[in-house]
Design a protein around this ligand. Sequence first.
Ligand code: SF4
Length: 433
Amino acid sequence: MTAVQAGASPAPASASESFSNVTCVFCGLHCDDLEIERTGQSLQVTRNGCGKAKAGFERPLVKSEPRVGGQPVSLNEAVAAAAKIIRSSALPSFGGLGTDIDGMRAVMSLADKARGVVDHAMGEGYAQNMRVLQTRGWFMTTLTEVRNRADLLIFTTDVLKYHHRFFERVIHAPQTLFADGPVKRTIVLIGEGYDTGPISGPGVDEIVTISCASDRIGEVISALATLSKGAPLPAETIAGVPKPQLEDLKARCEKANYGVIIWIPSAFAFANADLTIHRICDFVKEMNVKQRFAGLTLGGSEGSTSAAAVAAWQSGYPLRVSFASGAPQFDPELYAIPRLLKSGETDALVWLSSLTPDLAAPQTSIPTIVIGTFDMKLDREPDVFIPVATPGIDARGQIMRVDGNVVLPLRDLHRASGLANSIAVLNAIEAAL
Ligand code: SF4
């Protein structure tokens, strides 16, 4: 077997260095305006960035080595052990997929050769969206369009819990393309548990709160659709929301120049959540008969937007693809890794998490290979563990923004971690099969 080229950043040319316009990998928004100082191997976010970014970039680098059966080994030995597990597996699963575009290309190539299944850790939320896209179609917008045009934003999830700078970067933007200053906007919050404090800011004219349980948001949207068609509501309250409040929201929607409804699929953690997405997308389409309206889905963390895009352009299918037959096949139920683990159909798990330490591999007793960050959280010692560089900190790369329209460059911040590049590791495993 050819020795694996670690591919990590070289020793830094200077003891300290400043970086500007750094892209952050710690949520799907991928803010690209961070300023970072490196002193030796320590990083500090000095401008922009949120608490999540600070916690991610400023983690102290600790020494981590490849392990097989819990014992330190060389990188080549770890790669050989991983290849042996995959080679003897009838149906290996490739999950987690917390990586950038080139990392995902390497996963797809390895899964193809190994005749395995590919599914992201956030595959269920993604599948909920795909079910709607495939069966009904949808009308979506981008962060840029929202920033420059949207004057009515209807939230069905507290986006700030997932993307801390969403309002700062998109809604409170001091400059926009078609107005002198911020767009004057109405913010509508449907659901529960919102913190309205950080929502106020430049351009936010009014905040309207419509309280209801999350699993009843679909009913509120259906009522809105009914009123928009001029049909009567069957009750005086829908999901606990009084009829006058629904009529007021309908009037706001009709008055809007550019309305947008926003959701995060993984936040809809209730049965048949895709029906709520279904209702949102149908309402958006109906509104477009007379005016401009769009949807915006904001999952996209842990590299999931990149993973979905690469899966589509390399296999022709969305995520949850199997190469078991020798050709790619898609099925959002059949090729869900949680289901394959539960049913015992998969007999080896390869788990990739190179962006954050938090994407823990599922509990399983089957042979498991974890290719993760140096400080990866592990519920149990995997059969093989290979620590790898994080794209955007220890290696260069590209990652797709949450709206799937912009690919951002990831920088090597020269902290000389000595960690192997996950692409080199995946390629070496593939070569050793
Ligand atoms: S909002 Fe997300 S991408 Fe932006 S700085 Fe915070 S964690 Fe990073």
